[in-house]
Design a binder for this molecule. Structure first.
Ligand code: PGA
Length: 250
């Protein structure tokens, strides 16, 4: 590996939070600045006020989705340049809730990632198997297919982060075993190294029921460079200890 990638603690607020919730940002910023990178992806309505609240501090802000086109007649959608316009640096694409709720397939996720990169955003591309796929011993096959289809050729370690999020672990309080996470992350690393010259340097996040109580164990797994955190990112009292655990990890 050329250079150890900077670890990333990413929060996904999903469709939660109001202006009042920005007080959580003040609490986080009240702590010491960590060596790892910290990102919060609030609902679109909160991106601009969150950027203003952070005021150049050590938390980056991202969107939860973007359209593949820059502008036009797409009611309800937000484009990558619009996210950049209000101060976002990142955007999540291909979250399993988007894939399910909005029938997004690998090709549309890849197109969104391309739009994100062209606008100057770093994409956080999500992949993950369903419980039925894991039970059917299809996990590695599904992850390989999603990586091949969702990660565009223009991806680099600088503009792309990959998040492994088993669908059955999201919001359920259930997590894979450390061996299961290690197996998937090693396979993802291998696939990226095979396909991209800088595949070693891509940051690989684990997501799905990460909590203060299990974060340290997850961050000790090889090729886990951080986490994508849903529920436990909403409150500084939970997200703060997760950031600290990542900061303390080797
Ligand atoms: P969770 O969500 O931490 O609430 O399980 C993770 C995610 O969906 O990104």
């Amino acid at each position: 590996m050329d250079m150890a990638p900077r670890k990333l603690a990413a929060g996904n607020w999903k469709m939660n939070g109001s202006l009042a919730a920005l007080a959580e940002i003040d609490s986080l910023l009240g702590g010491d600045e960590p060596d790892c990178e910290v990102l919060i992806c609030p609902p679109a309505t909160l991106i601009h006020p969150m950027v203003a609240r952070i005021a150049g501090g050590w938390i980056a802000v991202g969107g939860q989705d973007c359209h593949a086109r820059d502008s036009g007649a797409h009611t309800g959608d937000v484009s990558a340049p619009q996210l950049v316009d209000v101060g976002a640096d990142y955007v999540i694409v291909g979250h399993s809730e988007r894939r399910t709720d909005h029938a997004e397939d690998d090709a549309s996720v890849a197109a969104k990632a391309v739009a994100a990169h062209e606008a100057g955003l770093t994409s956080v591309i999500c992949v993950g198997e369903t419980e039925a796929q894991r039970d059917g011993d299809q996990t590695l096959k599904v992850i390989a297919r999603q990586l091949a289809g969702s990660v565009p050729d223009c991806a680099t370690a600088d503009n792309t982060v990959i998040a492994y999020e088993p669908v059955w672990a999201i919001g359920t309080g259930r997590t894979p075993t450390t061996e299961q996470i290690a197996e998937v992350h090693a396979a993802m690393r291998q696939a990226l190294v095979t396909r991209f010259g800088d595949g070693d340097a891509f940051r690989l996040l684990y997501g799905g029921s990460v909590k203060p109580g299990n974060a340290a164990e997850i961050f000790a797994i090889p090729h886990v460079d951080g986490a994508l955190v849903g529920g436990a990112s909403l409150m500084a009292a939970d997200f703060g200890p997760i950031i600290s655990a990542l900061n303390a990890a080797d």
